[in-house]
Design a protein around this ligand. Structure first.
Ligand code: SF4
Ligand code: SF4
Length: 189
């Protein structure tokens, strides 16, 4: 897909707001992610928006060509390993192909969940129900505030949904997306 998206600055602004909200809530709880054995970069998260797909791909295309080739090759290997584990009925925990030496090489272009994971949150669903989610295991080990301060994902999700609608309209895209990072790096939409 050719990127037809002037709102990428807006995506960057929204992602910055997510990061700010994350840091404020982390600080309020006294939490600091210093990496851990659970390492969420090993978790098979699925991503569902064209916005995140295009933004990640923009980050990939900004890398030097040799880095792009290395990342794409690793993403192919990662996707193959995930398929193998899944078909064997084993837990699918494979390091994200963007993680190099414990650092995210597309940190500025990483998707939403990579920016929000780890601290407890609440979400007001469209039907009015309030949903609350926990922090990661290391959050529980580090933080003793009871109840914990929650990151309210509601306005962030709503803004992403509005942006997604506009970016889909501009790109004339109506498909359903459910992709891992590895798939986002190697599959064309
Ligand atoms: S967010 Fe939590 S699970 Fe992820 S690396 Fe940090 S401490 Fe570990
Ligand atoms: S995109 Fe970056 S932060 Fe997200 S799982 Fe991959 S390496 Fe980790």
């Amino acid at each position: 897909m050719n990127q037809n998206t002037s709102p990428m600055t807006t995506v960057a602004e929204l992602f910055q707001r997510m990061e700010n909200a994350y840091h404020q809530t982390a600080q309020a709880n006294g939490f600091q992610c210093r990496g851990c054995a659970d390492n969420c970069c090993l978790t098979r998260f699925y991503h569902h928006t064209l916005t995140e797909y295009l933004y990640l791909r923009q980050g990939l295309s900004d890398l030097p060509e040799s880095d792009q080739k290395r990342v794409v090759k690793r993403a192919e290997e990662t996707a193959a390993m995930m398929r193998k584990l899944e078909s064997a009925g084993q837990p699918v925990r494979v390091m994200c192909p963007l993680n190099e030496e414990e650092r995210c090489i597309l940190y500025t272009h990483r998707p939403m969940i990579c920016r929000l994971h780890g601290i407890p949150h609440q979400l007001r669903r469209p039907d009015g129900q309030r949903q609350v989610g926990p922090g990661c295991a290391d959050f529980d080990r580090q933080c003793r505030i009871d109840p914990p301060r929650l990151l309210d994902r509601t306005p962030l999700y709503m803004d992403l949904a509005a942006l997604e609608k506009e970016i889909r309209r501009q790109n004339n895209f109506e498909g359903r997306i459910k992709m891992t990072i590895a798939q986002m790096l190697i599959e064309e939409l």
